[in-house]
Design a protein around this ligand. Structure first.
Ligand code: HEM
Length: 472
């Protein structure tokens, strides 16, 4: 009662006793539309509960700005803890001084001079990716998402850890299977009230499966880190070294971590490094795969936009086959295509924080301690008061869109925004240039609709089905 009294200024959505609004959010394929409906009805903010848990759903730009820019509302909500066994205190889920330390150490890794080097690393996994797509040419329909997940996982393995784990070549790879299983576990626990309680979850076989996967994931990242550490010590080479096959090795995020020092000038611990490498593995591949899949879906259904993107690619690249960082920066139309697709299909459709103390929004308006604040990027991006024809794919809207702050948030904003967004943009552009240059992307002959599913990362429940025709 006290909590509701303090939240007098926020509309309350009616719910059932005890379970609150849990039924409305039980089906992940309905979650986003439910959020959208609420946000239109309650004008950008409402209160609801899930099994006694108090939550605010937010899409109002001013409130989003206040939450995301705050230096006191920095703690992630409890849902992120389902990642704890794997990521432990990695940057995505940590808080306080641990989070600040990780953010300070890793921010320079996304400087353009570093990112520039990665473009060459994308070449080999992209060639394998194109081979995988060639096998699908002229089929009536196929789900492109799993092929892209393997591709982005391959990219992140090579850039985060600097290793080729043969992710795309091998049909059964233990590491890939464990990453996949972990991503599924997190979603299941977030949406299944029984599995969300540790005390119950630990009694289920799922917990033992998770522990086996975590052991395997940690052993792989630990082994890679140790090998790289030994190499570096042997060579005392701080920038580049040599691969097993004698080729010059490009720097990975891991190399930067191994070279970094903490505030006392000491090398970072093995645990610290492993947590961050694992965090990049998780945060960097599924999100990017979802984004590339939905861009291809949008382009399949909008041939004019596809042609315009291809024309730009040809103009920028000319006869050149190799793509450099500079050329990726010049692809402005492609960038609008990606931005528009992320507006309609944000890879992280909502994200949340938790208040750890009472916070004052405005005079007389407070949010008490212990409230989960959910920012719905999906609802923000589909607001008809901000975007004309919000459900339509119109890349050129970004040409003259008067940018209203906090109305476009696929990468979040403020101190805990996505640290990998520039890197993600490079990967997405690189992948799309290669796909569009080699194939015409067409709508599937059977199913043209996507049923969106709000898992940790946005998915299409029925797959992202498209058709490919070779351009050569
Ligand atoms: C299209 C691709 C991507 C999208 C849409 C995306 C989106 C986001 C969003 C919305 C957040 C904020 C989440 C929250 O507040 O809980 C976030 C955080 C984060 N992202 Fe990304 N991301 C993408 C790719 C990447 C990549 C490629 C990396 C790493 C290489 C990465 C690393 C991270 C990390 C470490 C955080 C946590 C930052 C912090 O809490 O300080 N992301 N991302």
């Amino acid at each position: 009662r006290n909590l509701k009294e303090k939240l007098w200024w926020i509309p309350i959505t009616p719910g059932y006793p005890i379970i609150g609004n849990a039924l409305e959010f039980a089906d992940t394929t309905k979650t986003l539309e439910t959020m959208n409906r609420y946000m239109l009805k309650y004008r950008g903010c409402c209160y609801f509960t899930l099994l006694f848990r108090p939550l605010l759903l937010i899409s109002d730009a001013k409130l989003c700005e206040w939450v995301l820019s705050s230096t006191t509302i920095l703690t992630k909500s409890i849902d992120y803890q389902f990642l704890y066994n794997w990521l432990e205190g990695g940057m995505l889920i940590s808080t306080g001084s641990e989070w600040r330390k990780a953010r300070r150490i890793l921010s320079p890794a996304f400087h353009f001079a570093i990112l520039e080097q990665f473009v060459e690393v994308f070449e080999s996994p992209t060639a394998i990716f194109l081979d995988c797509l060639r096998k699908q040419v002229d089929k009536d329909s196929f789900n492109v998402h799993p092929v892209i997940v393997n591709y982005t996982l391959d990219i992140i393995c090579r850039t985060a850890m600097g290793v080729d784990l043969k992710v795309q070549e091998e049909s059964q790879n233990d590491y890939v299977a464990a990453v996949d299983a972990m991503c599924k576990t997190v979603v299941e626990r977030a949406f299944n009230p029984l599995k969300s309680f540790d005390i119950i979850y630990r009694l289920t076989p799922d917990y033992y499966r998770e522990m086996r996967n975590v052991k395997l994931l940690h052993s792989v990242s630990n082994a890679v880190i140790q090998k790289r550490r030994n190499e570096m010590e042997r060579q005392k080479d701080t920038v580049e070294s040599v691969n097993d096959d004698g080729t010059k090795r490009k720097m990975a995020f891991l190399d930067l971590l191994l070279q970094s020092r903490d505030e006392h000038g000491q090398p970072l611990s093995q645990e610290f490094i492993r947590r961050e490498v694992d965090t990049f593995m998780f945060a960097g591949h599924d999100t990017t795969a979802s984004a590339i899949s939905f861009v291809l879906f949008c382009l399949a259904n909008h041939p004019d936009a596809q042609n315009e993107a291809l024309t730009e690619i040809k103009e920028v690249l000319g006869e050149q086959k190799k793509i450099s960082y500079k050329e990726l920066q010049q692809m402005k139309y492609l960038e609008m295509v990606i931005k528009e697709s992320l507006r309609l299909y944000p890879s992280v459709p909502f994200y949340s924080r938790k208040t750890t103390e009472e916070v004052v929004y405005e005079d007389g308006k407070v949010i008490p301690e212990g409230v989960t604040l959910i920012i719905s990027a999906y609802a923000i991006h589909r607001n008809p008061h901000v975007y004309e024809q919000p459900d339509k794919f119109i890349p050129s809207r970004f040409l003259n869109l008067e940018s209203k702050p906090f109305t476009y948030l696929p990468f979040s904003a403020g101190p805990r925004n996505c640290i990998g967004q520039k890197f993600a943009m490079l990967v997405m552009k690189f992948a799309l240039i290669n796909v569009l240059s080699n194939f015409e992307v067409l709508p599937s002959n059977s199913s043209c609709e996507v049923v969106l599913s709000a898992e940790t990362v946005l998915k299409a429940h029925n797959g992202v089905n498209i058709r490919l025709k070779s351009r050569t």
